[in-house]
Design a protein around this ligand. Sequence first.
Ligand SMILES: Cc1ncc(COP(=O)(O)O)c(C=O)c1O
Length: 344
Amino acid sequence: MHFASDNAGPVAPEIFRALEAANEGHAVAYGADAATQALEKKMQALFEAPDARMFLVASGTATNVLALATLTRPWETIYCHAQSHISVSECNAPEFYTAGAKLTLVEGPSGKIDPAALDAALAATSTDQLPDTRKGPVSLTQVTDLGAVYSIDEIRAVTSVAAARGCACHMDGARFANALVALGCSPADMTWRAGIDALSFGGTKNGLMGAEAVLFFDPSKAYDFEHRRRRGAHLLSKQRFLAAQYEAYLSGDLWLELAAKANRAGALLAEAVRSIGGAQLLHPADANMLFVEWPAEVDTRLRKAGAVFYGQGAAENGRCRARLVTNWATRDADIQRFREVACG
Ligand SMILES: Cc1ncc(COP(=O)(O)O)c(C=O)c1O
């Protein structure tokens, strides 16, 4: 009963086989190898964006902060949701990598930026006083940090507000595949066609072993990004092993199959939560991440039985909040046992 994080799941066996196969002979380092070059072409085809540029790094935080640093000047501010990973969980790395740009937090339901609140925040950012902070990019998270999935129209509503004020848009797609499967749309529809300029295209939470990609739909950003990646100590020498993982991930739709398994487990778990007396889901469980509130005794029973999950703050009035996350390897039997234990 391991529902702590999709990062806690195993690496998919297909990915291990691809790593083994990539371990043949020599390949030039730092991304100049044939596998990385071929992967960029594959990504361009997948995203229907022949000019897009792709870069590989080893962590989701690196994708976010390097992409954002490329889009942001130090005297600008990045607009993001108050609950976003870049604001809450990256130890101010966005501020650090942008050499001091700040974050402007915007509210909205279930981790989604409210377009009207964004417009108000943008309008409140001065455009005429030299000493004032300037507008920078907007960053939204898909799947959101609270487990919901933006519809295409909801993404457009945010990006069109940004575009009207001349701001670029970044998507933190740490769970990109989970969102794509939930919406059943194409990668292009969920990104550049919906107004996204730069994407953090996660893989590690969905079966890869520490491989993450950044895509710029505007290739003129590539030069800047490459220098920032090296300067920021995120240019890995043995990139063929990152490329081999994504190559296997995107072949035969493995990535979508893995995400579909994680989302299906998420839906089953949500159903189990609904059957627990006194439990409630705090946000729409659109993909593989659930936020729940339940009686403290349910929490205790589950933990005693060995269930692993993160709590969200201290118990209050006999009730606890928790986050539950599924992944491609979550077993139905574990969800069944979770239901039995939780229901007492
Ligand atoms: C939405 C989101 N973005 C980015 C990250 C960062 O990923 P990493 O821990 O690989 O740096 C996470 C990880 O939990 C995440 O949930």
